[in-house]
Design a protein around this ligand. Sequence first.
Ligand code: URA
Length: 433
Amino acid sequence: MRMYDIILKKRNGGELDESEINELVRGVTDKSIPDYQITAFLMAVFFRGMTARETAELTLAMARSGDMMDLSGINGVTVDKHSTGGVGDKTTLIIAPIAAALGGKAAKLSGRGLGHTGGTIDKLESIPGFKTEIEPEEFIKQVNEIGLCVAGQSENLAPADKRLYALRDVTATVDCIPLIAASVMSKKIAAGSQNIVLDVKCGSGAFMKNPEAARELAKAMVDIGKSAGRNVTALITNMDAPLGNAVGNALEVKEAVSVLCGQVKNDLYELCVILAAHMAEYISGKAYDECVSDVKKVIENGSAFEKLCKMITAQGGDASALENTEKLPKAQIIHEIRAEKSGYIGAMNAEEIGMAAMILGAGRAKADDKIDCGAGIILRKKTGDYISENDVIAELYTNKSDPLKEAEQRFMNALHITEAPPEKLPLVYDIIK
Ligand code: URA
């Protein structure tokens, strides 16, 4: 079978069969297919799409292209959660400990941030000593002992996805529903959990800019899970503004702790309760409303926070930094941004705010860039808030003064100030099971 024929078939709108898909993924993984043919194929998929069967077969072939985690040694209900990427999204730091406190086994492999989106591994590494490279036996042992482990993805987890994603990133083929669905689900299936809750972001800070596209992506991922024998719940959630008030690694850890301890009850808290309750449905089999009150209980009684501390200690980190956050990395420069005029914040472009945080040092423009764990942004006002001239809207945190001007400009450009209050958008648009 020639790669030329596979490209031609897809270019002409044909449906690939299983052997063609397996051949394609084999050639992507062993590098026998050159970049130019893979990118031509990706562009053909971008315009022609894929059927549900093709997408599921592509996903399974990508999952099997590398290590498949064997979680059969874990005693209990395995749960995983994945977000399609957003700004200020620190939900894993809150939800995984909640799932463990409810008796679930949260076995989670996470990634690093790129561009305007952050990554859980970077956030956790801002805790002194915390290690994310864990051998599979140690991973299983920790999940059995304390109910959770958040580790970095091994180099060999879905390697076909790594090559495809890198090529999509430079050929304008990232925002393609079958390719995103296959990319996300190949890693989830290879990671091994039986029950998966997906947070499909929708809005200015997400790949999917409107609820219809996000719904289509969510449905594609739920269908893939079904064909792989996994239980999947997908929530379509708002990413028109950053989630919570902190953007940037150590700043987000601090905010996650305050939500996990029940001290802050903002949009981040609300979303975490909802996501965790959907995980709890798999763990306990109880009705959703009961799950919501169970989730709130483990936040209020401190048992979820205790689980996070246990995980930090088990992975070599200094858990005392969660209570004494002075021990977390801190930026030397804190620059206030003040309102130039009065009005409502009608909209915030979350992607632009993520880019402003990246410029300050909190993120990476390229995969091998170094990040500054103390850098980021604290939002003092969010969409819907009224601001008077000279009010502090945000604080920029950084250790280098050069990018301050550009970051401030980018932040200001992300704001849309209106005379009337904006319509309140829902936090969750839809749930697909
Ligand atoms: N996250 C992924 O892992 N893959 C995509 O294609 C998009 C978001």
